[in-house]
Design a protein around this ligand. Structure first.
Ligand SMILES: NC(=O)c1ccc[n+]([C@@H]2O[C@H](COP(=O)([O-])OP(=O)(O)OC[C@H]3O[C@@H](n4cnc5c(N)ncnc54)[C@H](O)[C@@H]3O)[C@@H](O)[C@H]2O)c1
Ligand SMILES: [Zn+2]
Length: 377
């Protein structure tokens, strides 16, 4: 069962970054207000909607008519769907098309799509005419709870993911939770891993709420809005405290050091989605924390149980893939930007909702742990 398209007033979450602060509006049917909200913030500005082929086929017309209805001149740029669009080649073409559409300083870019479109269009907005305003309209759960908030933008390089980019905050984020009704279930679950992450980092009450309400989050009623708003609040506070990740923002990497190594091993492919890798990574981080005596094994088991209940993988063998050995994964982890001078920085936990940055993980101990986990069936 899914909820009706339109519900009551949106939830507003503010990202308190002073003069670069902005609101995140969360609610069903909000795309219809896109033009009104933009016209109120930027009277007279034109907008270029950037989207991917899949999202454009479903939602571009709605976004355009919302802009037209509010008198906002709208143009469009559609890029291919998928991670490969976070490339120099697509960035170049997008920037040239924005210029050709006569988008001036003071005009804006509307990023209508998942994290790929958000990262790419956000970066283009940062560099075209030395900075156009950007409105994020995230259409995946991952983008609504994570990538559209916080201002990290960029593309991939032959040297790694997200290696070219800029911190560039949006002017507004509009998370229309009804758009998620068409998201493939596997993509939804992958985004849900990042929702769980916020509970595990610092909000045990939220984790317990998710254990009780996850089915309603999936089916799309007010529980979905609550989960997204709670996630956005957690991210907003973290970003406001540490915009450029010199400290606390690193907590958002819970599950990501293990996860990135698995993603890299799987070739950043459809075999393992980012959120699936994060789910395994979080289960591993909690299991490793238990092994170090930081928390009771029952806590780690509880994390694994919830992720598995939702249908997420929690160990490498849950994914049908011939994983390389522990040494290869260690090498991939060492390439990660979180490795420094022979020690690994991991996000570990003293309990659910009590994660912390552990800058001194012993690689030998991690290696033994990984070898055991790879052998588990
Ligand atoms: N900037 C950040 O802080 C940050 C944080 C996390 C992830 N990311 C980046 O986000 C990207 C992943 O984002 P993603 O998971 O949203 O992937 P995505 O943008 O590739 O979207 C996943 C798929 O779903 C489709 N889709 C999107 N919305 C849909 C909808 N409403 N209905 C049906 N299909 C829809 C897309 O076309 C695509 O095929 C990665 O590149 C990652 O690096 C960035
Ligand atoms: Zn992530």
């Amino acid at each position: 069962m899914t909820a009706p398209v339109r519900s009551g007033d949106p939830i507003i979450v503010n990202v308190p970054l002073g003069e670069r602060g902005y609101d995140i509006a969360i609610g069903r049917g909000l795309i219809a207000d896109l033009g009104k909200r933009i016209a109120a913030l930027r009277p007279g500005a034109a907008a270029a909607i950037v989207s991917d082929e899949i999202v454009a086929a479903r939602y571009l017309a709605q976004a355009e008519s919302a802009l037209n209805a509010a008198g906002v001149r709208a143009s469009r740029v559609v890029v291919p769907a998928g991670e490969a669009s976070k490339s120099w080649h697509v960035l170049e073409s997008l920037c040239e098309q924005l210029l050709a559409a006569r988008i001036e300083r003071g005009d804006l870019v509307v990023a209508l799509g998942g994290g790929v479109v958000g990262d790419l269009a956000g970066f283009a907005a940062a560099i075209v005419r030395r900075g156009l305003s950007v409105v994020q309209v995230p259409t995946t759960l991952l983008a609504q709870v994570d990538s559209s908030v916080g201002g990290k933008t960029g593309i991939n390089s032959a040297h790694g993911k997200n290696q070219i980019g800029a911190f560039y905050q949006p002017m507004l984020v509009i998370a229309d939770t009804a758009l998620l009704d068409t998201l493939p279930a596997r993509e939804f679950r992958a985004g849900y891993a990042e929702v769980v992450k916020y509970g595990l980092i610092g909000d045990a009450g939220f984790f317990a709420w998710l254990e009780a309400n996850w089915r309603d989050v999936l089916s799309g009623g007010p529980a979905r809005e609550h989960a997204i708003a709670t996630s956005c609040r957690a991210k907003a506070i973290t970003v406001a405290n540490d915009e450029r990740e010199s400290g606390e923002r690193a907590l958002l990497n819970l599950g990501h050091t293990f996860g990135h190594a698995l993603e890299a091993a799987a070739g950043f492919s459809h075999r393992l989605l980012h959120g699936e890798a994060v789910a395994i990574g979080m289960a591993l981080a909690f299991a490793f924390s238990a092994r170090r005596g930081l928390l009771a094994p029952a806590e780690a088991a509880r994390v694994e149980r919830h992720l598995a209940a939702v249908g997420l993988p929690t160990k490498p063998s849950d994914v049908a893939f011939a994983w390389p050995g522990a040494d290869a994964l260690m090498a991939l982890m060492a390439q990660d930007k979180k490795a420094r001078r022979g020690k690994l920085t991991l996000i570990l936990a003293r309990g659910i909702g009590a994660s912390f940055v552990a800058p001194d993980a012993d690689p030998a101990e991690v290696r033994v742990f990984l070898a055991e986990k790879l052998a588990e069936r």
